[in-house]
Design a protein around this ligand. Structure first.
Ligand SMILES: [Zn+2]
Length: 353
């Protein structure tokens, strides 16, 4: 038997050339978070055309299903994908009807009565079936909108048990360890579920922040919610993405996001250097940490915080993100870019191959 015939019989013949060649890199893609600010649909189309001109491919926009039904068709005309940007665990809308759905801290105080840090920080408990079902229903409705590219999960986490270091002075606090008033969730459902899993009551632990099993329980509850919502989105042939804290280690320790394990199609870490008192060069290191941890399973797009990036720094931040292995960037926010930001960014993004 000729070698070629043998390879074909073995299933190698027809695909041999492509499997021997290096896997082609996935195409670059660039994103912008967007919040309102346009007067009408013509204005919306103009703002999308301006983003397209500097090399942007997708926008993440907040709204309800009716809003997306109106704004998706014009965006498609402009060649820009629309993803439904949604706050997930932080939702105040059920606080009147279902205060018991809200997360409770280690002092026994619910975010329904007294949210931490700011009055809108009303996080729900991710362990509760009713919460999960309400989120599934909300996401299902959005994912049913024709032409929408995907659903983007934001605030898919616990409240910050420790805030990014640059915010401590803003709130007049020092968070050198996990303090009970910022540590969630110790509601009856969480305590019962953890007891079933480990035999222990989290409130009875000698040192809850140091307990690996209790930490893991909370990583897992968020990961489970992501999986449930991803199933809803995927069942409607849409993609699901998430905004997360900047590196896998920071995300786990500050907000209990174990995002390298999530069932999403892409991840958008908020690599907001100044929040962590870091410089622009850190964006490359932080990006690489995420890319390495994901091992090529899904693409990572580095989120850049425009208010802390003058135009030349924004361009440098984008270069750093790409050098760190990101498949693209996402700017917060697309509608706040100045003309100088746009031209600085265009040079980097439009230079792609
Ligand atoms: Zn709970």
């Amino acid at each position: 038997m000729h070698r070629r015939d043998f390879l074909r019989l073995a299933g190698f013949g027809l695909v041999g050339a492509s499997t021997l060649a290096a896997t082609p890199p996935a195409p670059m893609k660039h994103w912008a978070w967007m919040r309102g600010g346009w007067k009408d649909m013509d204005d919306w189309k103009r703002s999308l055309a301006a983003l397209r001109a500097i090399g942007m491919d997708a926008v993440l926009v907040g709204g309800n299903a009716d809003f997306y039904r109106a704004c998706v068709p014009p965006a498609r005309d402009e060649g820009v994908e629309v993803h439904a940007w949604q706050f997930i665990m932080m939702r105040g809308e059920h606080v009147q009807a279902h205060p018991e759905w809200y997360a409770v801290n280690r002092k026994g105080v619910s975010t329904a009565e007294k949210p931490p840090y700011v009055n809108y920080y009303r996080f729900m408990c991710p362990s509760r079936e009713e919460v999960r079902e309400a989120l599934r229903v909300a996401v299902r409705e959005l994912a049913s909108v024709e032409g929408l590219a995907g659903v983007h999960l934001d605030y898919i986490r616990y409240p910050d048990v420790i805030l990014p270091v640059a915010l401590w002075s803003k709130y007049g606090i020092v968070q050198d360890k996990e303090y009970p008033e910022y540590d969630y969730c110790y509601c009856g459902v969480c305590r019962e579920r953890f007891k079933r899993r480990s035999g222990q009551d989290p409130l009875g632990l000698a040192d809850p922040p140091a307990h690996a099993g209790w930490l893991q329980y909370r990583y897992d509850t968020i990961t489970e919610v992501v999986g449930l919502l991803a199933d809803e989105v995927h069942a409607r042939n849409k993609r699901v993405t998430a905004a997360v804290f900047p590196t896998p280690a920071i995300a786990r320790s500050l907000v209990r996001q174990d995002w390298t394990r999530w069932k999403v199609d892409a991840i958008l870490p908020m690599v907001y250097h100044a929040f962590y008192k870091e410089n622009v060069a850190w964006i490359e290191r932080a990006t690489r940490e995420g890319v390495v941890a994901l091992r090529g399973r899904i693409p990572l797009y580095s989120g850049l915080y425009v208010p802390d990036l003058p135009p030349a720094d924004l361009a440098e931040a984008a270069r750093r993100a790409l050098a760190g292995g990101a498949q693209g960037i996402s700017v917060f926010q697309g509608n706040t870019l100045t003309p100088e930001h746009r031209s600085a960014l265009a040079e980097v993004l439009n230079a792609r191959g």
